[in-house]
Design a binder for this molecule. Structure first.
Ligand code: PMV
Length: 348
């Protein structure tokens, strides 16, 4: 008998960036971070997991139809092992449960947007994987408990297990048991908050977040200053979200993006994620805010040149107007493909 479960997880875009690990094996961060999870309908990963006693030995995984090797001690392997362990605990408690924990897995995951282009594909991918396995194994754990596992796959993935506004608390314990994601406010709290994604380039990024972070931790002195400032920003932005104070939210978001890219520049050799188009987007949004007489839009950039612009719904036409005026394009907006239309990979 085959058991299967599908789950989707959206991309999350950090307003307070995670950049730096204090433990590279457990993926424990040097600072807490906070993000907004985007709408399910747009940028998302969808993962289907199947377990079958009759599958040939060994787990197999396909990403966008291409098979990837699952190394047992790699990040994916660690997530799968931890979730299997939780399942076997349930099987020990209730002997009538099928022994899914002992069966090989087949996992297929799709992104409906470019992979590894600084659009946080690892976050949604790992979160969807953890959510689909948790569903397949019918685990009783809460999203915060599952975030402990997703974190070990890709740090920022722990935040994609929640919708809305999400904090990843760095934690103090060396085993990582308190380094988890928590909801700050659900999406319904501030439904007018919108995000515009400007895909400046869909090429794979030059420096991976893993090696970039390591280099920053080893060589940047500015990082220490950033780590001193972030706790205050976490408090202030959480309050701004609770009070729906857009200007405060936006001002902190832009400052933190600039601080993150500054520590990248302070790394040796330096890391440049922003390109000239990214910098022009910053100039356009700064000018839009100045000419509006108040802050109506906030830019933020992850480890790549693409911009995410947060604005309230009423101001989205102004943001799009400004972007289209400075960056006219003849290209039609791209229609992301739907998972339902995908052919499942051979062997799945
Ligand atoms: O989780 P990772 O290894 O993909 O790192 C994400 C780092 C940033 O996207 C730049 C910041 C963040 O908090 O998402």
């Amino acid at each position: 008998m085959v058991y299967a479960a599908t789950a989707t997880a959206p991309v999350n875009i950090a307003c307070i960036k995670y950049w730096g690990k204090r433990d590279t094996k457990l993926i424990l961060p040097t600072n807490s971070s906070l993000s907004v999870t985007l709408d399910q309908d747009h940028l998302r990963s969808t993962t289907t997991s199947r377990a079958d006693e009759s599958f040939e030995k060994g787990d197999r995984l396909w990403l966008n139809g291409k098979e990837e090797v699952v190394k047992p001690d790699g990040r994916l392997g660690v997530c799968i092992t931890e979730l299997r362990n939780w399942r076997s605990i349930e099987e020990e408690k209730d002997s009538s449960l099928p022994k899914l924990s002992q069966w090989p897995l087949r996992i297929a995951s799709y992104n409906n947007f470019p992979t590894a282009a600084g659009l946080a594909s690892s976050a949604s991918g790992l979160a969807a994987l953890v959510a689909s396995l948790a569903r397949l194994y019918q685990l009783p754990q809460t999203p915060s408990q599952l975030s402990l596992i997703a974190r070990q796959g890709s740090g920022s993935a722990c935040r994609s297990l929640f919708g809305g506004f999400v904090a990843w608390r760095e934690g103090v314990k060396s085993d990582g048991s308190d380094s988890l994601a928590e909801e700050v406010a659900p999406q319904s709290h501030w439904p007018d908050m919108h995000a515009v994604i400007c895909v400046v380039s869909d090429a794979k990024k030059g420096t991976s977040s893993t090696s970039g972070m390591q280099r920053t931790v080893e060589t940047s002195t500015l990082l220490q200053e950033r780590l001193r400032i972030v706790p205050g920003r976490m408090e202030a932005i959480s309050t701004a979200i609770k009070e729906k104070n857009f200007e405060e939210f936006a001002s902190i978001t832009m400052k933190d993006s600039n601080s993150f890219h500054s520590v990248c520049l302070d790394t040796s050799p330096p890391i440049f994620y922003l390109n000239d188009v990214s910098k022009s987007i910053i100039a356009v949004i700064e000018e839009l805010n100045r000419s509006s007489g108040k802050i109506i839009a906030a830019y933020t950039f992850d480890a790549g040149p693409n911009a995410v612009i947060y604005a309230l719904k009423e101001n989205i036409p102004k943001v799009l107007g400004a972007i289209n005026r400075f960056f006219p394009t003849s290209e039609e907006p791209r229609d992301p493909f739907g998972i339902a239309a995908q052919d499942l990979p051979e062997g799945f």
